[in-house]
Ligand binder design. Structure first.
Ligand code: CTP
Ligand code: MG
Length: 259
């Protein structure tokens, strides 16, 4: 295994999902945005930030196009002085993260876990996370305040119709809610411990885990929050892709300056 300067940071980019909701018929990481695949944007975002010594990408098993794309991206990374590794992802996002973590080089002490599906993350976000990790945080996530009011609901029927509705059981205070993005940054040893603990969860508990930070929370460790970015949104549906294209084309750009 490659050896890094002690204290280095690695970025894991998970790109092994199928992109069902985008409905492009190809794995989402390969979907073009402004003429380049989402994975290319995600990798270049990491290179541009300058925070990493290594990038580990998880791609779908047997995907020859993404394998070839990673060959080229590996060469770009090498030119910038970064190590680059590729692994086969797994059935769940967490399986893909776990597979990629196995490739993290000796000497790396912090890791950021990032989605290929978030192609436009500004350098400022990577830098804020790196700074908090340097200041001793063991887990740091970027987040935004939510603009919608959020309700907790349970299934409920109206007696007259029996129609399948839902009923509100609570309204969390909005000023305490945050919408969480990636990259999420961790002390490597803490994240490895969190993933080891996750292996002991039953299926029900595992299905409730929706981000990496939750695994660290389950260990009782503090998870710190830094300012995210509206540019960091995840491409999930065709509408998201439209917005990302519009952002790249730039009519909004002069009016939209955010780090
Ligand atoms: N991911 C992964 N391995 C999986 C599932 C997801 O590496 N088994 C990655 C995706 O490639 C994506 C990120 O995790 O970069 C966030 O997942 P999501 O947006 O849900 O992407 P997909 O799972 O590809 O999309 P969908 O759920 O619509 O099929
Ligand atoms: Mg998914």
């Amino acid at each position: 295994m490659t050896e890094m300067k002690a204290g280095s940071c690695a970025v894991v980019i998970v790109a092994a999902g199928s992109g069902q909701r985008l409905g492009h018929g190809v794995p989402k990481a390969r979907v073009p945005l402004g003429g380049e695949a989402l994975l290319v944007h995600a990798v270049r975002g990491v290179l541009k930030s300058g925070i990493a010594a290594q990038i580990c990408v998880a791609i779908p098993a047997g995907d020859e196009e993404l394998t070839a794309m990673c060959g080229k991206l590996g060469a770009e990374a090498a030119t910038a002085g970064l190590a680059f590794s590729v692994v086969e992802g797994g059935a769940q996002r967490s399986d893909s993260v776990y597979a990629a973590l196995a490739k993290v080089a000796e000497g790396v002490t912090t890791v950021m876990i990032h989605d290929a599906a978030r192609p436009l993350v500004p350098s400022g976000v990577f830098n804020r996370i790196a700074a908090a990790l340097k200041d001793g945080a063991k887990a740091v996530i970027p987040a935004l305040a939510v603009s919608d009011t959020v309700k907790t609901v349970v299934p409920a029927n109206l007696p007259a119709t029996g129609a399948g509705l839902e009923k509100v059981v609570g309204t969390p205070a909005r000023n305490q809610l945050r919408a969480v993005q990636t990259p999420q940054g961790f002390e490597l040893a803490t994240l490895r411990r969190a993933y080891a603990h996750a292996l002991t969860l039953d299926d029900e508990a595992a299905s409730r885990i929706t981000d990496d930070a939750m695994l660290v929370e389950a260990l009782g460790e503090d998870v710190y929050v830094v300012q995210g970015s509206t540019h960091s949104f995840k491409i999930t549906t065709p509408m998201d892709l439209l917005l990302a294209e519009a952002m790249l084309e730039g009519p909004l750009r002069p009016r939209w300056i955010e780090g």
